[in-house]
Design a binder for this molecule. Structure first.
Ligand code: NAD
Ligand code: MG
Length: 385
């Protein structure tokens, strides 16, 4: 029986993680869950499961819920997330938070001796170097939940790392993949939120449309698999059937395929190296799909993909700055405050204007995040004026 601490339980990945837990009540139990502000969804989770610890973002929600669920040990805010990650006696931290808010809880989990199943890619984009060192120092493991990284992780099983030639990350291209740059001027958040293949949280769906998400995934792969940026490629793949690939030195390419259903990579991260049955509404039917398409990405069409490579190669604080500016710009676009293409300008401007600094401490990571955020907010004010 594995005891799980699940951060971001009310989100897209969080809910699917609970579904996996419910499919295997003999394998998993929930020791703690966290939610942001979606209290209704948290109530439902607490009523359906016996969970000793819970955390919410705001103190007022915490106080109200304490009365309603007196048997639960309550936590709140960023400190509360750290407290859950640092709990004793659980087996795996599942981080399904969105954004920079996930970084410190991941680090805390590792430093307090826990393995982590990671959906929160921003953890590695912002503080990959610190996470990498902490994993080594504390002898812990990171299991990828992101479907591309799970595919690579699966394609690496039984092979030697020294034989890897390159990683090939597949990309759907998001909601606007068939539009040229001149057609992007007036696209709306509602249009961007209709992803062709996956149903996900709002932030990552916009990141898919800008391909910032794919850029993040390149950085995520760099830190997860300890491989340099020259040996990580992206390939466009319309159908989201091949979730990613590993090419070996003999040119053999091993791919992992499956239906676009996040419960599969979630479950594998929770059960590795074992596999268990998984109930899926529509398992992959290759004959029905019949044709798979691949093509090289156009870096001019998707400049944020190029920017992520550039920031990653230069290293230091630049990826963290990029992430922070993107969080602000992504939200502003979702709220209808800026046009789609302004996201790119704001994120690129933040990286361009950031004074370079190596990341040595948590403070350095937070400082980089702060810079990216205030740069982006300043641009929002300028655009609104
Ligand atoms: P989501 O927005 O649906 O859920 C995020 C969760 O985090 C919610 O429970 C929310 O309440 C909580 N949260 C948000 N901000 C918080 C804060 N400041 N403090 C405390 N809690 C907070 O997001 P998602 O789509 O489930 O994505 C989660 C992570 O997984 C992201 O990093 C995303 O990139 C990654 N990911 C998601 C998918 C997907 O299919 N959804 C696929 C691959 C990777
Ligand atoms: Mg992904």
């Amino acid at each position: 029986m594995k005891k799980l601490v699940l951060l971001g339980a009310t989100g897209s990945i969080g809910i699917q993680t609970i579904d996996v837990v419910h499919q295997h009540p003999d394998l998993f139990s929930l020791e703690a869950v966290s939610a942001g502000r979606n209290i209704q969804a948290l109530r439902k989770i607490l009523k359906e499961n016996h969970i000793p610890h819970a955390c919410v973002q705001r103190e007022e929600d915490c106080l109200a819920l304490q009365e309603e669920f007196p048997d639960v040990c309550w936590h709140w805010g960023d400190e509360g997330l750290k407290e859950l990650s640092a709990l004793e006696g659980y087996d795996l931290l599942v981080n399904a938070l969105v954004g920079f808010a996930g970084f410190i809880p991941t680090l805390t989990g590792i430093e307090s001796g826990h393995d982590v199943a990671l959906a929160n890619k921003e953890t590695l984009v912002c503080g990959g170097a610190l996470i990498y060192d902490a994993l080594k120092k504390h002898g812990r493991s990171l299991y990828p939940i992101d479907s591309e990284h799970s595919a690579i992780f699966q394609a690496l099983q039984g092979n030697r790392k020294k034989d890897v030639k390159r990683l090939i990350i597949t990309a759907s291209g998001g909601a606007f993949r068939n539009l040229g740059r001149d057609e992007l001027t007036n696209v709306t958040a509602a249009q961007a939120l209709a992803h062709p293949n996956w149903s996900m949280g709002a932030k990552i769906t916009i990141d898919s449309a800008t391909m910032m998400n794919k850029g993040f995934e390149v950085t995520e792969a760099h830190w997860l698999f300890d491989i340099d940026y020259d040996h990580i490629d992206v390939i466009m793949h319309d159908e989201s059937v091949v979730h990613s690939m590993v090419e070996y030195i003999d040119h053999s390419i091993i791919a992992q395929m499956g239906a676009p259903d996040m419960r599969l990579p979630i479950q594998y991260a929770l059960t590795w190296p074992d596999r268990y049955p998984l109930m899926q509404e529509e398992p992959l039917d290759l004959a029905k799909i019949a044709t798979l398409h691949f093509k090289n990405p156009d870096f001019k069409r998707f400049p944020l993909l190029a920017l992520a490579y550039e920031a990653g190669r230069k290293g230091g604080n630049l990826s963290a700055v990029m992430n922070a500016a993107n969080e602000v710009a992504n939200l502003a676009f979702r709220e209808g405050r800026i046009p789609f293409l302004a996201i790119e300008d704001i994120v690129a401007g933040a990286v361009e204007n950031a004074p370079f600094k190596e990341l040595k401490t948590v403070y350095d990571v937070c400082e980089a995040d702060e810079f990216g955020r205030s740069y982006a907010e300043e641009q929002l004010r300028r655009l609104a004026a």
